[in-house]
Write a protein that binds this ligand. Structure first.
Ligand code: SF4
Ligand code: SF3
Length: 552
């Protein structure tokens, strides 16, 4: 076994990738990602001695470390970073920061406790020993499968929280308390004395901070760019050179639009950047054309046809094909060997996209692969503005059920289930969606109910927060005590760790009876899965007919 990773839905045989990742991650990189997280825990042993007051007092340097921590965790999310050199540097830098932290704790006379003697707090590596160390500390080094399962469930939930916090921090939001939880949670995975109940409690607390992280990001996005509004998004092309932007980072979207303005270079979104089209602040750019293509896994075909430069601001990157690799640019926590990386700017400055813009001018305009329009922008503010209409439709029986189909898309053939499920839903149902899962049904012509489209797209996976707010509002309007008494059912698709975060958020909010597919996570041991079934009645999907019969 050269590696062990089972953090995403397409893990080999729904058990674990042991040779190379199905995602394209090589075994050495998979091991280095584990070592980076281990090194971060070492840093956190000392950093966790800093109280909130201390962090506030030294806010500027604290923000830098917060940024480092969430960025590094983000780099270990599926399809974000495949770059060996990146991880070697990150591990060495983390160890350096750990040593500085250790010195500071000693100078201040603080007692870092028993974990100060843990290997994570002590280890060092050289270029010659780093791979060996990385291979030693992997997921399987926790022998008990239930403990391993709970630790990994928590770790993946934390990775998603870190990703959302990373975006929020880039928009100037306060994430100190979120990072303090991340530290507490990851350090708990080093503690062999915790009982199963205590570990389960930590997973539930992760759900609380998942809600918090999504709320902070929602505030960051909407305060900066306005509330998403109902928008018809063009999916065709124009005849100008163009840049394609993918991933989840809206700050990059803003800076790219600002720098391409007036240059004759158009901008299109791909994958999870589609919801950028719904924000008022981006509508003012004449060169912002619309969305090109579909969910992340179709990029290997769609990027080739796009013809122009492509910017990956976050996951999901698929190892690029030679046909377009020289047009791909990464930024933030994304990196791939041999692909140009756009660096962080100096403080107070914008990133420099000039190389991409100049390259775009030399390349042909995109080849049209679709045309027409799709509708989105149904985040909480917009849906609540329509609340009367929605409530009347429920009261009159025109809407019988809402089906939350948020989450991720993926390349496995069986995911066609979600398209068939959407098609087979009765006409008095509304699909509430968020995340790239939407591409399985957002171009179907399944009509509307009294002017309310039957697919309401709230935005990116993090905008699942909007769906939770909508549910809570409906609960209030219908004067219900329990969120599970609403006419809402959940058929969630997952792929990577942010979907785990969203799932934990829903559980924290008390949502039960969630169907999770296309397969239950491999990292849930039978006993941990049993806990989720007993407490939350989580189940897998079966087939369209039976699932519709059960849910509707
Ligand atoms: Fe396998 Fe998924 Fe891990 Fe990639 S991220 S190595 S596909 S489990
Ligand atoms: Fe998609 Fe990668 Fe998860 Fe943000 S872009 S939802 S899979």
């Amino acid at each position: 076994m050269k590696m062990f990773c089972y953090q995403c839905q397409e893990t080999l045989g729904n058990k674990g990738c042991t040779n190379n990742g199905i995602c394209g991650k090589k075994s050495d990189v998979a091991n280095l990602q584990d070592l980076l997280i281990y090194a971060l825990k070492g840093l956190m042993i000392f950093r966790s001695q800093a109280t909130l007051e201390m962090r506030k007092e030294f806010a500027e340097s604290c923000n830098e470390v917060d940024k480092f921590i969430v960025g590094q965790l983000f780099s270990t999310i599926t399809n974000a970073n495949f770059d060996r050199a990146y991880f070697i540097n990150a591990i060495k830098e983390t160890i350096q920061m750990r040593e500085q932290g250790k010195k500071k704790v000693e100078e201040m006379g603080l007692d870092p406790g028993i974990l100060a003697t843990h290997d994570a707090a002590l280890f060092t590596v050289t270029d010659d020993t780093i791979d060996q160390k990385a291979a030693e500390i992997g997921v399987l080094s926790t022998e008990n499968e239930d403990v391993r399962s709970l630790r990994e469930l928590l770790t993946y939930g934390v990775k998603g929280i870190a990703a959302y916090a990373d975006h929020a921090l880039r928009l100037g939001k306060e994430i100190k308390e979120i990072v303090m939880f991340i530290e507490k949670a990851l350090l708990s995975t080093l503690d062999d004395t915790l009982s199963v109940d205590e570990m389960v409690a930590m997973v539930m607390e992760c759900g609380k901070y998942a809600v918090e992280a999504m709320a902070v990001l929602d505030a960051a996005n909407t305060e900066t760019y306005g509330h998403p509004e109902i928008t018809e998004v063009n999916i065709g092309v124009r005849n100008n050179p163009a840049i394609l932007i993918s991933g989840h980072d809206l700050k990059d979207m803003e800076e790219l639009l600002e720098q391409t303005k007036g240059t004759g270079v158009d901008v299109y979104t791909h994958g999870e950047m589609l919801p950028a089209n719904y924000y008022p602040a981006f509508k003012k750019y004449d060169n912002f054309v619309g969305n090109y293509g579909n969910a992340w896994w179709k990029q290997t075909k769609e990027f080739e046809k796009f013809n122009g430069p492509i910017l990956l601001t976050t996951n999901c990157l698929v190892p690029p094909k030679p046909a377009y690799k020289d047009r791909v640019f990464t930024t933030n926590s994304v990196s791939f060997e041999g692909v140009k990386h756009i660096a962080e700017p100096e403080k107070g400055k914008a990133k420099d996209f000039s190389e991409m813009i100049e390259l775009a001018k030399t390349l042909p305009s995109p080849t049209e692969i679709e045309h027409g329009k799709i509708v989105g922008g149904f985040a909480h503010n917009q849906v609540l503005a329509l609340a009367d209409k929605v409530v009347d439709a429920v009261k009159s029986g025109a809407i019988k059920k809402f089906v939350v189909m948020a989450g991720c898309d993926g390349r496995q053939k069986g995911r066609n289930y979600y398209t068939e499920f959407a098609k087979a839903l009765p006409e008095d149902t509304i699909i509430l969606t968020a995340g790239c899962a939407k591409y399985r049904y957002n171009k179907l012509d399944i009509g509307d109910i009294g002017g309310i489209p039957r697919v309401l797209d709230a935005g990116q996976c993090n905008d699942s927060y909007s769906l939770a707010l909508i549910a809570l509002k409906l609960k209030e309007v219908f004067e219900l005590d329990d969120i599970n008494d609403l006419p809402i059912v959940y058929n969630i698709a997952w792929y990577e760790q942010k979907a785990v975060t969203v799932l934990l958020a829903l559980l924290y909010l008390g949502v039960k009876n969630i169907h999770l597919g296309p397969t239950l996570p491999a990292f849930l041991s039978p006993n941990v899965a049993k806990v989720l079934v007993e407490n939350f009645n989580i189940s897998s999907i079966t087939n369209v007919e039976d699932d519709i019969a059960e849910m509707i």
